[in-house]
Ligand binder design. Sequence first.
Ligand SMILES: [Zn+2]
Length: 423
Amino acid sequence: MPKLLPRARSFLAFFLIGTFASLKAQPLTLLRPDRVFDGETNHEGWVVLVKGDRIKAAGPASSISATGAKVVDLKGTTLLPGLIEGHSHLLLHPYNETPWDDQVLREPRSYRVAQATVHARKTLMAGFTTVRDLGTEGADYDDVGLKQAINQGVIPGPRMVIATRALIATGSYAPKGFSPDIDVPQGAEEADGHDRLIQAVRRQIGKGADVIKVYADYRWGLMGDAKPTFTIEELKLIVETARSSGRPAVAHSSTAEGMRRAILAGCETIEHGDAGTPEIFALMREKGTALCPTLAAGDAVSQYRGWKKGTQPEPERIRQKRITFKQALDAGVKICFGGDVGVFPHGDNARELEMLVDYGMKPLDALRSATSVNADVFHLADRGRIRPGLLADLVAVEGDPTKRISDTRNVRLVVKGGAALAP
Ligand SMILES: [Zn+2]
């Protein structure tokens, strides 16, 4: 649940009953915030006209006719495009509640789906109207039904771009550490080599994957360290098979060599990228590969392992992450917004926005990442900006997050497809 100011909460209750109860039935609604961040820049004094599920107009109040429109006063707020979470796992919940291994091996899938329906609602109410959900982590194709339930209005939730099971090289992933005499179910689908990989990619697509996620490296080195998994030929095959159906492939990768292979193979985003180097980031810039740094996940995991943030010095992992993220920024790499939410609580997605700023991005750039940049990188041409003709996915927050990023937490109103929702 977003942290609503009490004032906002009571305002909202009134507002929903009084104003938005039948938005869709009304031909036109004029939203009047203090300012509009359109996905790229901030505009003081702009208003936004919504018709049905689309944005009809946006611009200075004097330039837009409010004739026949229901006027909604959003004084004190900034109106933004609905935020786009770039890396979620709606079928996971925080590891300090239940370790990842236990979620995969001990939780019934029905329980995980029940949890996911709550996660979906919390995500939407926090102003995140789209998520790129990068893998069910052992819950097979349960993201397909979750997406369907949201799209059919059975449960509230964000629009979903889904990866289904994701692909791993045999033996590389997890859960690990069991007797070699038993086969332990894995958090993603194992496949290797020409025919098996083509089949796995096509099977996932056939069952509903919008994007193919591949683990280009994982902690399976001799010392339990991260090492590359698939060969570059295998990665190219995955990318080519996905791309021929019009779908991108994206790569989990934290090592320089895993990243290099994934970039050269044509994966469109690199997830995590912790041990990237200036050379690797230059390559990403050259190829147009985007980095989804998942700063909040590393931060959360370090705290789960005992780091007392704020009172103890930053652990080596965090110190290194600050350095490599800065290198990526300096190299001009496109930065996706995506926190790996699920590792930390759903609905707390703004944590990654705050961390992007803490690690060196300007608030305006962090907001661009979470709106127009993610829309462009994920091929979502119908959202991510406030422009005539695009989906009326909008969020109004108290204050001005282009100056103070944590204002994204002060959600007053969420609109998805022209319909207003109460946090
Ligand atoms: Zn993830």
